[in-house]
Structures are given as C-alpha cells and as structure tokens.
Design a protein around this ligand. Structure first.
Ligand code: ATP
Length: 219
C-alpha cells in the first residue's frame, strides 16, 4: 500500500482490490460514472459502507451523478501500487499449490508468483506455468535474489512453522497461509490465514442456521 492508504481502516483496505476489479471492468466497458447503489449490487457490500469507504479515499460521490469512474480508477491504481510488481513465492507444490501456479493471479497484474519451493525430488527442477520449482534448501538464496516480499504457504501444516521461521528470517513481509496451522511470526510480518475447510464449514453452518436472514451475505 502507498502512503495515501496508510491511514484507512483495515476493513476498508481489504475491500480495495474488490472495488478495483469492478471499477476496471466498468472502465473497460466505457462507463464514466457509477452510483453507490450500482457498486453495492455488483460487489455485494452495502451502499452505506461503500460511501464511507470511498470517503476515506477522498472520493465524494455527487448526488444524482455518483462517482467518476476515471478518478476512482486512478486512485485505486495508485493505492494498490499497480506500477510496482510484488514478487511472490509459493511453498508447497501439492494440489492446491499447483492450482495457484497455473492460475498465477493473472487478473491482478501487480502480483506475480516468481518461484516455488518443494522437497519432492520429482517436482524440484521442473516448472509449472513458467514458474521454476526449487528445493526448499535454496529458500533463502532464491528469495533474496528475486527480492520476494510475499509468500503463499501450501505445505502440510506440520511443516508450516519451521518454514515460516525461515521466511521471517529472509525479510518476507507478508504471508498468505493456506495451512490450518496457526503461525507465530514477528510483529513486522503480516499473516492472512485462509483455511478453506473452515470457510466451507462456516458457509454450510450459516446456510443451515440463518437461511432466512443471511447477515453474512457480503464479506
Ligand atoms: P495440497 O494440500 O496442496 O492439496 P497435497 O495433498 O497434494 O497438497 P500435501 O501433503 O499437503 O500434498 O503437500 C503439499 C506439498 O508440499 C507437496 O508437494 C509436498 O511435497 C510439499 N511439502 C511437504 N513437506 C514440505 C516441506 N517441508 N517443505 C516444502 N514442501 C513440502
């Protein structure tokens, strides 16, 4: 995030990429303005939250006009550092890891998985979607050489903490943890934990128990 977005609340910051993707699509389709109601419908965030979020960005919609798409687009581009590519490493080229390498976040053109690591001799030395797979022994050396700042963890949870300790010592700033392990990291490192099994379970729980009033409709 750039200086401009340092002070916005974290919940708002998390919605930035969501807004950005939608605004990009609007811009590509030639639309010049958008109302908070239209945005709300598209991104499934209530319009009061959208108006509050956008006020943090200094974007004040005009009544009867809405927001200027071009202005929003340049704000989001700047805020999300679109000019600067963030190099990402992926550790653990199993089923999930392989899917990420094939996908490689092409729609978010500011992040790129540059390298992957594994310990399986059948995988080490090969590449998937042009991403080379190195042995975990080379972790520190390769991360430093490509100035990688973010890592995605898709290893078995038993291996997660020891790899995290090595990542922390290698100047990694952010970690996207797909393992069920709760990780301990130094305060300077930010961890986002995504446990797909728990997410699915909680969705099913909400469907079963709150199907008449789905409060968790949006994220
Ligand atoms: P997934 O959970 O991604 O679907 P999987 O079920 O195919 O994967 P897992 O046993 O979870 O396999 O392992 C994921 C990947 O992590 C495998 O490719 C495995 O070789 C790799 N792996 C296991 N231990 C380590 C380790 N200590 N360091 C790096 N990679 C590891």
């Amino acid at each position: 995030m750039s200086q401009d977005t340092m002070k916005i609340p974290q919940a708002t910051a998390k919605r930035l990429p969501l807004y950005y993707r939608f605004i990009q699509n609007l811009h590509a389709s030639g639309k010049q303005r958008v109302s908070s109601a239209e945005l709300s419908e598209a991104v499934k965030v209530d319009s009061a939250t959208i108006r509050r979020d956008f006020s943090y960005f200094g974007a004040l919609g005009k009544k009867g006009y809405g927001y200027n798409v071009g202005h929003l687009l340049s704000f989001f581009r700047k805020a999300l550092d679109q000019d600067e590519v963030t190099n990402v490493a992926l550790i653990g080229v199993g089923n999930l890891g392989t899917a990420f390498l094939n996908y490689n976040f092409m729609k978010n053109n500011n992040t790129k998985i540059k390298m992957a690591f594994d310990v399986d001799p059948e995988k080490v030395g090969t590449s998937i979607g042009e991403v080379p797979i190195y042995h975990l022994d080379e972790l520190e050396k390769q991360l430093t050489s490509a100035s990688v700042q973010v890592a995605i963890l898709t290893v078995p949870s038993s291996a997660a903490q020891s790899i995290t300790d090595r990542l922390a010592a290698s100047n990694i700033k952010g970690l996207l943890n797909f393992t069920p392990a709760r990780l301990s990291v130094p305060a300077a490192i930010r961890v986002h934990h995504i446990d797909l099994a728990v997410e699915l379970q909680s969705l099913v729980y909400f469907l079963k128990n709150y199907s008449d009033s789905p409060e968790e409709k949006s994220q």
